[in-house]
Design a protein around this ligand. Structure first.
Ligand code: PHB
Length: 396
């Protein structure tokens, strides 16, 4: 990917593609609402992920009386269907017709690239509440782009490292063949290698297909002691069930990036019991913020919180840090970005700060699915920062 020189963001650019006149201080004080565009999947295999991100953003806004930095916030939602082929059109609609002045999105690592490009070109602030594409905080990094989730490398590296520490010498990888599965596979391999273990085979199927049988049939012949994987949402439910149904669960333990069992345990049932994963969150994390967050989310939605809810809540918290610094002025680029960069987010995962490339520096926990909960059983990689390779951050 080529490096582009990014000009400092202009005030007009920060207002987005919509032909909006800059708001004067009195207009802000009178409470002209900030249009916050949510581009997320509300259909398809990642629909539940988008719903939980959205519910947590709405919960945070409700806790703040609907205002951030004194400015009323109006949400504009768009279903991106996790479809990369519609991503450019969708982001143009969000910034054009819908007039979004800041964006939170999305889940899918391919779709997020359209949001990243739009943020770079137009300077509209973007907070990524899930998609782990390394380029967003690597080669395509920019002052206007922040992430409150992870890079695909982070949890998978932790998982590979933990497996090697447990004495596994040979492992295989199974995933969807797109950026997230590929990058997580690389992280898994690096983690294994860091402990003297090796990745002997990777097996792929196209996103979002769920015909796992041909891949699972190959596992017994690989001579591996564990299978690592990246799947999420509806696909993860099916994969974990099929893995157990294929009779592999006890002979070749399944593990992976924690999304494999995140928000899915009720649907996976006994098939998930005992599955170990690595992630920057766990259900029972014993800190005050997590307890309060889980109780409030349950009361509001009737659902248990998961990592997606946490990441959405933290995206709203990070935006609040910026808007508090600028008293609600989304176009005050320097103050907004400076405050967000320095933020220490009091997250249900534990407090975190951001790397120089705007990605969370965070513990990667080792978890084990136990009686319907992802129980934390250790720390796979403490305070893990993505290397942020290729990022040349433009000055503001
Ligand atoms: C991604 O495409 O980056 C992705 C999707 C779902 C997840 C995690 C990562 O749960």
């Amino acid at each position: 990917m080529s490096h582009q020189v990014i000009p400092a963001l202009s005030r007009r650019a920060l207002l987005g593609a919509a032909a909006l006149a800059p708001l004067s201080a009195p207009a802000l004080a009178q409470g002209a609402a900030l249009k916050l565009g949510l581009m997320l999947p509300y259909s398809g295999t990642f629909a539940a992920l988008g719903e939980n991100i959205t519910a947590a953003i709405e919960m945070y806004l409700a806790e703040k009386g609907g205002r951030l930095g004194g400015r009323a916030v109006q949400l504009v939602k768009l279903d991106d269907e996790s479809d990369p082929s519609k991503a450019v059109q969708n982001v143009n609609r969000l910034l054009g017709r819908d007039g979004a002045q800041a964006m939170i999105g999305t889940v899918h690592s391919g779709v997020v690239l359209a949001m990243v490009q739009a943020s770079r070109e137009k300077g509209v602030p973007l907070i990524i509440p899930n998609a782990g594409n390394a380029n967003a905080t690597g080669e395509l990094c920019a002052p206007s782009i922040f992430r409150t989730s992870f890079t695909n490398w982070q949890p998978a590296f932790g998982m590979g490292k933990a497996l090697a520490a447990q004495g596994v010498k040979r492992a295989a990888w199974i995933s969807w063949d797109y950026a997230a599965g590929r990058e997580a596979g690389q992280g898994f391999e690096q983690g294994l290698k860091s402990g003297g273990a090796e990745l002997v085979k990777s097996l792929w199927l196209p996103f979002p297909e769920a015909n796992f049988q041909p891949l699972l049939a190959q596992v017994p012949g690989l001579g591996v002691q564990a299978v690592g994987s990246f799947f999420a949402g509806g696909g993860a439910v099916q994969f974990v069930k099929d893995y157990a149904a294929a009779g592999l669960k006890n002979s070749v333990p399944l593990c992976g990036s924690g999304f494999l069992t995140e928000g899915t345990l009720a649907a996976q049932g006994a098939a998930a019991e005992g599955v170990r994963t690595a992630l920057h969150y766990g259900d029972g994390l014993d800190n005050a913020k997590n307890h309060a967050f889980r109780a409030a989310f349950k009361a509001r939605t009737g659902r248990e919180a998961d990592v997606y809810a946490v990441q959405g809540y933290d995206a709203a918290q990070l935006l609040a840090v910026g808007l508090e610094a600028t008293k609600g002025d989304i176009a005050a680029e320097r103050a907004l970005v400076t405050a967000m960069r320095a933020a220490r987010i009091d997250s249900p995962r534990g407090a975190f700060t951001l790397s120089a490339q705007h990605n969370p520096v965070q513990n990667i926990y080792l978890r084990q699915a136990t009686e319907g909960q992802n129980k934390v059983i250790g720390i796979a990689a403490p305070a893990l920062a993505d290397p942020g390779t290729g990022c040349r951050m433009a000055s503001i």
